[in-house]
Every structure is written in C-alpha cells, then in structure tokens.
Design a protein around this ligand. Structure first.
Ligand SMILES: [Zn+2]
Ligand SMILES: [Zn+2]
Length: 182
C-alpha cells in the first residue's frame, strides 16, 4: 500500500531532516498514474517544484517509494543550490552521501536495466565519413574512403560514444530529457 498523498509531505520532511539538514526546498509531491517510464520525476519550473511519483510503478514496489522520493529530492536540492539538473557530479556525490549507490536503482525483482544501446560512431575528421558500430573497435582503424587499400594513420577514425539511456521495464529513472524534468 502506498502512503496517502498527504503523508508524502511527512516523509519528505523526515528525509529532509535526515539527509539535507532541512535544506531541501519544499516541493509539491503527488502521485501520477499517467506515467510509468520512471518511478519518479521532478519538474523544476513550478514554484514550488513538483515531484511526481508513478503510482503505477510504485504500486508494484511500494518499498521503493522512499528512495525514489529521496532521488527526486536530491534533484530539487541540486537545482535550488546550484541550478543543476540531471545526474551530474554534484548529484552523484549527494546520492552517495544519502546511501544510494546508483542513479538507476535496481528494483530487485524488476528486469535488470539494460544500459541499452551503447553505440559508437566512427568518424573520419578528414572526409566526414561516419559509421555506426555496436561495439568499440578493438584495434586502430582508419578511414576506408580516404584510403581504400590499407590502414593509414593519416586518416584515423575518431570514436564517439553514444549512450542512449533507456529505462527498460521497471527502473527508477530515465535519462533526463532536459525538458525541465529528471
Ligand atoms: Zn575519410
Ligand atoms: Zn534523476
């Protein structure tokens, strides 16, 4: 059973006292049944900020409520103090201080998070050729257009890593979409 919405403020106050010395900014907290791609999210734009908890996800895992709220409170705290959104260094430091280990909390019996489609773009800075790879090339490679015959160190391929974080199944967080939500 999830606590009543009114009780969420009590939980907020307790966590605020315990982990933020009372310095987390007051937030509006409510359940929202309409999203389920993450367990919680925060909108920075409102005054106060709005924390929404997915009743769909947390209804299945009420034990994850506290850490979900705590996660969003860290976002609120980072934003109030440093105007920082997302999962930057400060966020992560505070997260560890609060005893949470990962920005993607493992919900136990939930399917494991697939850090999903990590992919690589190999780009020739000389001619602009780009190729998409699923894995990072294990040995040096050079542009096949600039030199069709053999490896040529004059035309190295730069490796760009693309990390598309996708919440697959039940996770606590989805990549900040930079729309004022985390
Ligand atoms: Zn090239
Ligand atoms: Zn987050």
């Amino acid at each position: 059973m999830l606590p009543a919405e009114a009780d969420l403020q009590l939980l907020f106050a307790r966590l605020n006292y315990e982990f933020f010395s009372g310095e987390a900014p007051g937030c509006r907290i409510r359940y929202n049944a309409r999203f389920s791609n993450s367990a919680g999210r925060i909108s920075y734009t409102g005054q106060p900020m709005l924390i929404e908890l997915s009743s769909k996800q947390l209804g299945r895992r009420p034990d994850a409520l506290q850490e979900t709220l705590l996660h969003e409170m860290i976002h609120a705290w980072c934003y109030a103090r440093f105007k920082e959104m997302g999962h930057g260094a400060r966020f992560k430091r505070k997260l560890r201080e609060c005893g949470l280990s990962s920005i993607y909390h493992d919900l136990g019996n939930a399917p494991p998070l697939r850090e999903s489609t990590k992919r690589y773009i190999l780009r020739c800075e000389h001619c602009g050729l780009e190729a998409l790879r699923r894995s990072r090339p294990s040995k040096p490679s050079s542009c096949a257009r600039c030199n069709k015959r053999r490896f040529d160190p004059r035309f190295p391929l730069t490796v760009y890593e693309i990390v598309e974080m996708q919440a697959v199944g039940t996770t606590l967080e989805r990549t900040a979409a930079r729309k004022g939500r985390d």
